[in-house]
Design a protein around this ligand. Sequence first.
Ligand SMILES: *[C@@H]1O[C@H](CO)[C@@H](O)[C@H](O)[C@H]1NC(C)=O
Ligand SMILES: *[C@@H]1O[C@H](CO)[C@@H](O)[C@H](O)[C@H]1NC(C)=O
Ligand SMILES: [Zn+2]
Length: 439
Amino acid sequence: MPNSTHSLFQLVLTNLVVLFLIVSAQQPQDTPIARFQRYLRINTAHPRPDYSSAISFLESQALSINLQVKTLEFSPGKPVLLLTWPGSNPSLPSLLFNSHLDSVPAESSKWTHPPFFAVRSPDGKIFARGAQDDKCIGVQYLEAIRNLKEKNFAPVRTVHVSYVPDEEIGGVNGILKFVASEEFRKLNVGFAMDEGQASPGDEFRVFYADRSPWNLIIKAKGMPGHGSRMYDNSAMENLMKSVEIISRFRESQFDVVKAGEAPNSEVVSVNPVYVKAGIPSPSGFVMNMQPSEAEAGFNIRLPPVADPELVRRRIAEEWAPARRNMTYQIIELGPLRDYMGRPLTTPTNDSNPWWPIFKQAITAVGGKLAKPEILASTTDARYIRQLGIPVLGFSPMKNTPILLHEHNEFLEDTVYLEGIEVYESIIRSLSSFEESSSY
Ligand SMILES: *[C@@H]1O[C@H](CO)[C@@H](O)[C@H](O)[C@H]1NC(C)=O
Ligand SMILES: *[C@@H]1O[C@H](CO)[C@@H](O)[C@H](O)[C@H]1NC(C)=O
Ligand SMILES: [Zn+2]
């Protein structure tokens, strides 16, 4: 063969081998890990989450294990998938296992593996946006049910699994509309589980409450004036006074955390997020004029034990008082109290009949639970707790760094598989619990 033909032949052959490798990589075996990777490869990141592909994948998984499937749509293009495994005693309150379909965006260029390839490294790490938050639990619920069905387990209580859109953007068109619906009321949910967070240590973490976010905007108005004049009560002066006072409050809360007296999630956190002031000019800002308006924005997180009225009063009297020509706006993102006016917490003692059953289900598979915590951030669980339904936040990921919303989010294959066993135990125990709960 002449040399050029030879190399052409080699090139074609190499390409065929590469093509074969690509094709075989795209048709992975139907294993629990492969199914997890398939879900991770569906890009449901904001701002354009592909909800329909996610729903069809989950639907086909659910049908393959004979679950009842219902797609609800409370807002156009924002489907809620509801799966049901009927119990032998449907008159008992049911169980709900919730997760969200969406995830936060990923900056591909900052990742070592593309965020929607779900690459599994040689040491077993599966890299993908959503690997921890929270596509793991979404498929683990299904795998646990698959295994229980294979073992011919039959639940007494009905088990529901829900997949909701838009958690990462506040849940207003997701869980909020779902829990307000007639369909949800008819589920007669007695106890629910939702996402938690990874645990760097050897114990599983469990969350009994979230903190509630408030956005605060404070505005100052005052006389404008020449940059050379000194006078009292300019807008900038008044805003800066407020910033100082708010900073002092922030430090007082942070000192408690630094001293180890309370975790971050149990104090009121206030973080400055923007300052808007000055009179723009083509080269930046007008420097010889004191502006007549200035504003600043803060993100506040209230633990369930905080008294929102006290915080409101503090804002009105100290942070943005009318006597300093200031006004304010509080944007509350979600509820602070349940329908009975109680803080949105789920008891983690024997006053909650579900608690000992949950705890026992963890120890039954050799797991250890850390001291129950308040989640520093927010999940959809608060909207379910608002109905008076007990909810625990739980994602079975121990010995795992907390990587939600970070670059290179990953979950180890062994941790993922162990989580399936943990949910098998949880679903088995909770769905066998026959006592009618009055909680
Ligand atoms: C409030 O603003 C007005 C004008 O905008 C000014 O005359 C007055 O001195 C200000 N008062 C205080 C207490 O800042
Ligand atoms: C259980 O915990 C709650 C707080 O969540 C508390 O109010 C209640 O007294 C506790 N009950 C028992 C029996 O310890
Ligand atoms: Zn999440």
